[in-house]
Ligand binder design. Structure first.
Ligand SMILES: C[S@@+](CC[C@H](N)C(=O)[O-])C[C@H]1O[C@@H](n2cnc3c(N)ncnc32)[C@H](O)[C@@H]1O
Length: 353
């Protein structure tokens, strides 16, 4: 199963951290691929290692990156489902098919419907949002949707009571079950669901809805109302053009690794003096802090080169202040970058070594 297929983080945090570091190689948990694509136009980058223990996520990323390399930007944005529906998608896939690995060809050849709706829309999370969206729209009504286009000071008839009810619904596990959510990141007993309505309220309080791709995905089901400059980096034409050029002249090489990231990283050879960047995303949605710490220990123990790593916590295994203080004793360069994450859904941490 593909858990996530569209953008679901404000990956500006990783992007600023990578560009400031000029790393030559990127090691990233694949996930939906959008966070990785948002990092691939870094001029210093020469090698990208996509890692995921779920083949489906790697096949999603391989198809996105291959499409980006071989379609023009408009066709790419339409093929992945960023732009409104297009009849061309299956034909475009058939043209791309010979350029894909055998496993990837076979995987997508069996998923014509996912290709036709646009692969950014086929994930379990995205399908959950598609199911919940009509109810949200109907219940909240026009008064709520002015937050996408009218400055907060000019709002008229904002549905305060209905919005309070919706926020309460977002913090109950059964709401996610009701709309078919099966992802343990959401429905586990230790998921801090109250983080979600609090994050959405923060975007409203800051009148920053127009900049929050997650707010658009949750309440509009797409990013069509976002202006080009507010778009997530992985959909901005200028960034996609640079990545396309880097892939075309082989300046940027991409490797796909299936397996547990702890095992995979022990298998990948590190070049002497290599400067590396690790985007581990919210592994903590699947594993606890002990596992995360083993991963940080392995990465920072490298005998050669320099590096920077970024890891996140979503609504499971979020770090307490005590846990942060303990980790800081072991990693003096540990920084909390959560305030820079404009979706407000995640904790974000950085360690340099
Ligand atoms: C950690 S999150 C990343 C989601 C992120 N928000 C995104 O869309 O990029 C989920 C991804 O991590 C992968 N994953 C979880 N635990 C892993 C592990 N121990 N090793 C490798 N991949 C893992 C899952 O298969 C999934 O694709």
């Amino acid at each position: 199963m593909i858990y996530y297929s569209h953008v679901n983080e404000d990956n500006h945090v990783e992007r600023n951290a990578l560009f400031a570091r000029h790393a030559k190689s990127l090691y990233a948990i694949a996930g939906s691929g959008e966070r990785v694509i948002a990092l691939m136009d870094c001029p210093a980058l020469g090698m990208v290692h996509l890692i995921d223990n779920n083949w489906d996520a790697l096949y999603l990323c391989e198809l996105k990156i291959t499409a980006l390399a071989h379609l023009n930007i408009e066709d790419y944005r339409s093929f992945v489902g960023f732009e409104p529906p297009s009849e061309q998608r299956w034909t475009q896939f058939e043209a791309l098919k010979p350029r894909l690995s055998e496993g990837c060809q076979h995987f997508w050849a069996l998923r014509k419907n996912d290709i036709e709706i646009g692969i950014c829309n086929c994930g379990h999370f995205e399908q959950f949002l598609q199911r919940a969206n009509p109810t949200l729209r109907f219940f909240l009504g026009k008064g709520f949707y002015q937050c996408f286009s009218v400055p907060k000071a000019d709002w008229k008839g904002f549905p305060t009571l209905r919005w309070r009810i919706v926020k309460a619904m977002f913090s109950y596990r059964w709401t996610y079950w009701l709309f078919g959510m099966k992802d343990s990141a959401f429905v586990s007993r230790d998921s801090a669901l109250q983080v979600i309505p609090a994050a959405l309220q923060k975007s409203l309080d800051e009148d920053e809805v127009s900049k929050s791709s997650l707010f658009h995905l949750v309440f509009n089901g797409n990013l069509h109302q976002m202006s080009e400059e507010n778009l997530p980096t992985s959909f901005q034409k200028s960034v996609l053009l640079r990545i396309k050029a880097a892939l075309k002249d082989d300046h940027l090489k991409v490797n796909y690794h299936n397996g547990d990231v702890l095992d995979v990283l022990t298998r990948i050879n590190v070049e002497q003096g290599e400067s590396r960047f690790f985007s581990l995303s919210d592994i903590l949605s699947f594993f606890n802090l002990d596992y995360q710490q083993k991963l940080v220990d392995l990465i920072t123990a490298a005998k050669t080169g320099t590096g920077r790593l970024i890891f996140r916590a979503f609504i499971r295994n979020r770090l307490t202040q005590e846990q942060f203080a303990d980790l800081k004793k072991q990693y003096s360069t540990l920084k909390d970058l959560s305030k820079e994450e404009r979706s407000h859904f995640y904790q974000v941490f950085q360690i340099d070594f």
